[in-house]
Design a protein around this ligand. Structure first.
Ligand SMILES: [Zn+2]
Length: 275
């Protein structure tokens, strides 16, 4: 076992002896809470273990014994936990976005940003020479460096969780991209508000987050995308997405269960027909 492996095993072992209060996890109250998006009553929906990652077929870490409860809004269907709502950025970095994070999200470093970059470059190839792009929550600069190399006028990474990219950019951007980030936002309305500040009008936000499947009542908490270890604290429905963006006067439309676009006005020359 190498040094890092040894340390991470020690880390996991240490968690086994921790209680929710040691980690400042907020205890679940049995009564309903207002939905973080629409304010409607949200009763407790289910519980999973803090160490549970999204199920991508990787080996499961030891069960921590720290319960994380999720609630579901009776109106918009938004599924969320408030267990981490007392954490600051430092606590997220220590317990979730730490050296072990990549084990549970192996595509985070290279495969996902590269794949997304080639898709964006292809889709906007006609307009790229005049476009300013901001990648929000991108983690590293892989996506943006690829966009710059393929001829975009400007492509900037902004991620408050990553020191090298935590400097807030200035001005407005024709396109803000936000890949696999929305589900990580403990306060999605505030997070969307932050993105909206950077979007030019006309302009758009291209984003991914997997919406709940129709058969969620059948799979419940065993659905693979509910993973506190991955930082998945906010799980949307299409209705929840529409309500969240709607707070800022944005509409949202979906290309698939995963890929969506939000905008006030779409640039006419993109010739996008969105319903
Ligand atoms: Zn709601």
């Amino acid at each position: 076992m190498n040094r890092r492996g040894f340390l991470s095993a020690a880390n996991e072992q240490q968690k086994l002896t921790m209680r929710p209060a040691d980690l400042r996890l907020r205890a679940a109250r049995p009564s309903s809470l207002p939905c973080k998006i629409c304010g409607a009553p949200s009763a407790l929906y289910g519980v999973t273990d803090f160490s549970r990652p999204c199920d991508i077929g990787a080996p499961m870490p030891p069960v921590s014994g720290l319960p994380v409860y999720y609630r579901r809004c009776e109106t918009c269907g938004f599924l969320f936990t408030d267990a981490f709502d007392d954490w600051d950025i430092g606590e997220f970095k220590t317990h979730i976005y730490n050296d072990d994070y990549v084990k549970y999200d192996p595509d985070y470093l290279e495969a996902r940003p590269s794949g997304n970059a080639s898709w964006v470059a292809q889709f906007w190839s006609e307009h790229k020479s005049g476009m300013r792009v901001l990648d929000y929550g991108g983690g590293n600069d892989v996506l943006c460096s690829s966009l710059r190399a393929s001829g975009f006028k400007e492509a900037v990474t902004y991620d408050p969780m990553v020191a090298e990219h935590a400097l807030q950019p200035s001005g407005k951007f024709d396109l803000v991209t936000c890949f696999e980030t929305m589900e990580h936002l403990p306060d999605p309305i505030a997070g969307i508000g932050k993105m909206v500040e950077f979007v030019a009008d006309p302009g758009a936000v291209l984003y991914t987050t997997l919406v709940q499947p129709d058969d969620l009542p059948k799979t419940g908490m065993s659905w693979w995308y509910i993973g506190p270890r991955n930082g998945h604290v906010s799980i949307f429905t299409r209705q929840a997405l529409a309500a969240a963006w709607g707070k800022y006067g944005f509409k949202t439309a979906s290309f698939s269960e995963l890929l969506h676009i939000a905008f006030r006005t779409l640039p006419e020359n993109w010739r996008m027909k969105v319903q």
